[in-house]
Design a protein around this ligand. Structure first.
Ligand code: NAD
Ligand code: MG
Length: 401
C-alpha cells in the first residue's frame, strides 16, 4: 500500500447486499478509500444508479451486452469507464494499482476474480464463501504464494478472527484455543419438523428473521446448508478440523461466534446483525472505523438463547459435516446446492428436495481433492450436471419432491 495515498478499492458484486453495504461504509471514509472499480452481473438499472452516485473509475459488467447497455445510458460527461466480460473482472481484481478487493459475488461464479486477487497479494475481504469452500486447497495456496491478506467478512468468521490473537491466526491451537463455537440463527424455519417444511415457498425461505441478504444465501440459511459452508470455511481459514468446531443455534444473532480457550475463558464478539461491522473491520484492520451501525442495546435485546441444531429437520448441515471429510466433497456439495437452490427459487424443486439433490450428487460424483483451478472447475461442472439430472428425475417421479 502506498502510505500517504488513498487505498484503491475494488468491489466485486457491488449491486448485491454485501456490495451495497460495502459502498455505504466506503462512502463514510472518503479520506481513506477511493473506489477503483465496481462490478455486477447484468443488472444495468442498479449499476447505473451506483455509477451516478459513487463515480468509480471503472464499472464492469460480467455480461458484455449489459456493459454496452450501461455505457449507452451513462451521460457523456461521466468519469466512469465501462467494461464488459468475465476477464474484465479478473483484470480489475488483479490490477497493480488496487490495494483492497471486496469479494462479494455470490456463488462459484466469483471464484476466478477472487482467486486473482489472492494471487496478486491484495488485501482480500472474503464474503464469497463458495469460492473458498469449493477450491479450498487451491485458494489457500494462492493466498500464501501471492502474499494476500485474507480477511473474513462472513460475520461468524469475522467474529472468530476478532477473538483469536492475530499473530496465531492459522494455528489457533497454539494460542490455547480449545474449541470454536460457530453460531447459527436457525433461519426462518427454526423449530419446525421436517414434515412442516415440504410446502414452504421461496418467499417464506427468503424472509430471514434477523438479516437482510441476497436470495441464495437466504435459502442456504433456511436449509442450514449455509452453516455447513461456514464450517468448511472456518476449517480453511483457521487451519482446523470439524472436530474443533461446534455449531450452536443462537436465534437472536447478537453473538456472531465464540472461541473457548484451554483455561476455560470464552471470548465472543457481539453486535447488532448488520454486515457493515465486519466489512468495516475488514477494511480498516487492525484499526477500527465507524460503520454506521447503531450501538448494541443489551437491555432491549433482554436475553440470549442457545440450542442445538436439529439435524433431522435440516439434514443439509449433516451432509456438509460428512462432505468435509471426503476429498472434493465440499466442491460437489456446493455445486449441487447452487443448482438445487436456483431450481427451488424458480419453483421447479421443493424445499426438502434441496438436500435430496445434494445427497444424490455426493453419492454419485466420484472425486479426489482438486489440486488445480481446472480440476476444481471440472468437478464443479460434473456435480452440476448430476444435480440437474436429479432435479429432472424428481420432477418426473413426484412432481418435484
Ligand atoms: P446478492 O445476490 O445480493 O449479490 C450478488 C452479487 O454478485 C451481485 O452484485 C451480482 O450482480 C453479482 N453476481 C451474481 N452472479 C454473478 C456472475 N455470474 N458473475 C459476476 N457477478 C455476479 O448476494 P449477497 O447476499 O450480497 O452475497 C454475496 C456473497 O456474500 C455470497 O457468497 C454470500 O454467501 C456472502 N455473504 C453474504 C452475507 C449477507 O449478509 N448478504 C453474509 C455473509 C456472507
Ligand atoms: Mg455467516
Amino acid at each position: 500500500m502506498r502510505a500517504t495515498e488513498l487505498q484503491q478499492v475494488v468491489v466485486l458484486g457491488a449491486t448485491g447486499s454485501i456490495g451495497l453495504s460495502t459502498l455505504d461504509v466506503l462512502n463514510r471514509h472518503t479520506d481513506r478509500f477511493a473506489l477503483h472499480t465496481i462490478t455486477a452481473h447484468r443488472s444495468v438499472k442498479k449499476m447505473l444508479e451506483l455509477v451516478l452516485t459513487y463515480q468509480p473509475v471503472q464499472a464492469v459488467m460480467a455480461c458484455p451486452n449489459a456493459a454496452e447497455e450501461l455505457a449507452s445510458q451513462l451521460p457523456s460527461e461521466s468519469p466512469t469507464r465501462v467494461i464488459g466480460g468475465a476477464q474484465a473482472l479478473i483484470d480489475a481484481a488483479s490490477a497493480a494499482d488496487v490495494d483492497i478487493v471486496m469479494a462479494a459475488i455470490v456463488g462459484f461464479a466469483g471464484l476466478r476474480p477472487t482467486l486473482a486477487a489472492a494471487e496478486h497479494g491484495k488485501r482480500l475481504l472474503l464474503a464469497n464463501k463458495e469460492a473458498l469452500v469449493s477450491a479450498g486447497r487451491v485458494f489457500m495456496e494462492a493466498t500464501r504464494t501471492g502474499g494476500a491478506t485474507l480477511l473474513p467478512i462472513d460475520s461468524e468468521h469475522n467474529a472468530m478472527f476478532q477473538c483469536i490473537p492475530a499473530n496465531t491466526q492459522g494455528r489457533p491451537q497454539s494460542a490455547g484455543v480449545e474449541k470454536i463455537l460457530l453460531t447459527a440463527s436457525g433461519g426462518p424455519f427454526r423449530g419446525r419438523r421436517r414434515m412442516e417444511l415440504v410446502n414452504v415457498t421461496p418467499e417464506e425461505a427468503c424472509a430471514h428473521p434477523n438479516w437482510s441478504m441476497g436470495r441464495k444465501i437466504s435459502v442456504d440459511s433456511a436449509t442450514l446448508l449455509n452453516k455447513g459452508l461456514e464450517l468448511a470455511e472456518a476449517c480453511w481459514l483457521f487451519d482446523c478440523t470439524p472436530n474443533d468446531i461446534d455449531v450452536v443455534v443462537h436465534p437472536q444473532s447478537i453473538i456472531h461466534s465464540l472461541v473457548r480457550y484451554d483455561d476455560g475463558s470464552v471470548l465472543a464478539q457481539l453486535g447488532n446483525p448488520d454486515m457493515r461491522t465486519p466489512i468495516a473491520y475488514g477494511l480498516s484492520w487492525p484499526e477500527r472505523i465507524e460503520a454506521g451501525v447503531s450501538p448494541l442495546d443489551l437491555v432491549s435485546v433482554a436475553k440470549l438463547d442457545f440450542e442445538a441444531p436439529d439435524l433431522d429437520a435440516f439434514p443439509c448441515l449433516r451432509l456438509a459435516q460428512e462432505a468435509i471429510t471426503q476429498p472434493g466433497g465440499m466442491c460437489v456439495l456446493n455445486a449441487a446446492n447452487e443448482i438445487a437452490v436456483a431450481a427451488f427459487l424458480e419453483g421447479e424443486l421443493g424445499f426438502t428436495g434441496i438436500d435430496n439433490v445434494i445427497a444424490h450428487a455426493l453419492e454419485s460424483v466420484s472425486s479426489s481433492e482438486p489440486e488445480s483451478l481446472e480440476a476444481v472447475e471440472n468437478l464443479d461442472g460434473r456435480a452440476r450436471v448430476c444435480a440437474q439430472e436429479r432435479i429432472h428425475q424428481l420432477a418426473r417421479d413426484t412432481g418435484g419432491v
